[in-house]
Write a protein that binds this ligand. Structure first.
Ligand code: 2RA
Length: 339
């Protein structure tokens, strides 16, 4: 039976990517409901030869819906996901609203697929984009050699802050060329072009960690079902449009050489190795944009550790695809594969 699919937040960057992926991956559906704010209600969108009208997201929007994707912010998820689940839909929520809820599985299909089938609330949470991208390359190493500790530094794209942030980055480039000073600064309140800055999420005044860093730490422990894995993160916003990059250092329990790591990662689902030292060709955000895989390179023995004990690597992944919409669609495909 083909599912009736709803997309709450259909007009946003992730909502639009979900539609693109439904088409691109021939995800089966009997009907699609596009849901958004009252401001967007009434807008039409042509999709696969049919014209759909955006409806206002309401409690009763989910009658007959089988799969409800949410990407409309944590507040909307808190307000409407329970009603969607009550109406019988499986909710796949891209917001942070339910990620740490013990009754809500937090799923990366390549890592913990079975967790998706234990969902007491009828809700499955999609992890934070920077967490997904890091987990995609750390998980195979953790399975094979055991990872004691992860140190990750992120280089996060504008897309993580939404379509408006991407538009402002482009506008700042135009302002710079036009010698407009200061450049347009509505989203981040500072110059973004030719600059970088600590991730714009709130900072814990006690620990000094921001919310993005805390998500990477807590979500990884939940997704890996390993409260003992030690993670620390520094999350930075960089002037790149839609792919996140991450520098990752792991400390291993059991020995693994860089060649073994490279071989393992090359055979890991959803991961592509780009590690050409001769040509100095390694993952880049532009080359990784609009791609499904997470690209990993700079794989090397960590010389500050005994041989086999530590590895350094550099990863790039499309924030809107694997970081959000693709992971959500893959969760839905996983559900369909076992229904
Ligand atoms: C960001 N991960 O990149 C956060 C939210 N998508 O800003």
């Amino acid at each position: 039976k083909k599912p009736v699919v709803a997309i709450a937040g259909s007009t946003g960057a992730v909502g639009q990517e979900l539609l693109d992926l439904i088409k691109e991956r021939s995800f089966p559906f009997a009907d699609i409901k596009l849901l958004a704010s009252a401001r967007s209600a009434g807008k039409t969108q042509d999709f696969m030869g049919k014209t759909y009208t955006v409806e206002e997201l309401k409690e009763d929007s989910f009658e007959g819906v089988d799969i409800a994707f949410f990407s409309a912010g944590g507040g909307r998820s808190k307000q409407f996901a329970p009603a969607a689940a009550k109406a019988g839909a499986v909710v796949i929520d891209n917001s942070s609203a339910y990620r740490m809820d013990p009754e809500v599985p937090l799923v990366v299909p390549e890592v913990n697929p079975d967790a998706a089938f234990d969902r007491p609330k009828g809700i499955i949470a999609n992890p934070n984009c920077s967490t997904i991208i890091m987990n995609m390359v750390v998980w195979p190493l953790h399975q094979k050699a055991g990872v004691e500790r992860v140190v990750v530094s992120t280089y996060q794209a504008a897309s993580g802050a939404g379509a408006a942030a991407m538009e402002e980055l482009e506008q700042q480039a135009k302002d710079w060329v036009a010698e407009k000073s200061p450049v347009t600064q509505d989203i981040f309140g500072r110059q973004y072009i030719f600059n970088l800055f600590s991730h714009n999420s709130d900072v814990d005044q006690e620990t000094g960690y921001n919310e993005e860093e805390t998500k990477m730490i807590k979500e990884t422990k939940k997704i890996f079902s390993d409260p003992n894995i030690q993670v620390t993160a520094t999350c930075i916003r960089v002037p790149v449009l839609r792919a996140h990059c991450e520098s990752i250092n792991v400390t291993l329990k059991n020995s693994m050489t860089e060649d073994e790591a490279r071989e393992l990662l090359a055979n890991s689902p959803g991961v592509s190795v780009q590690d050409d030292r001769v040509a100095n060709k390694f993952p880049e955000p532009l080359a990784s944009s609009f791609k499904d895989d997470c690209f990993v390179g700079r794989i090397r023995h960590d010389v500050s550790q005994p041989e086999g004990k530590g590895l350094d690597m550099f990863v790039a992944g499309d924030q809107i695809r694997k970081g959000a919409a693709l992971n959500a669609i893959q969760i839905a495909e996983l559900l369909m594969s076992r229904s």
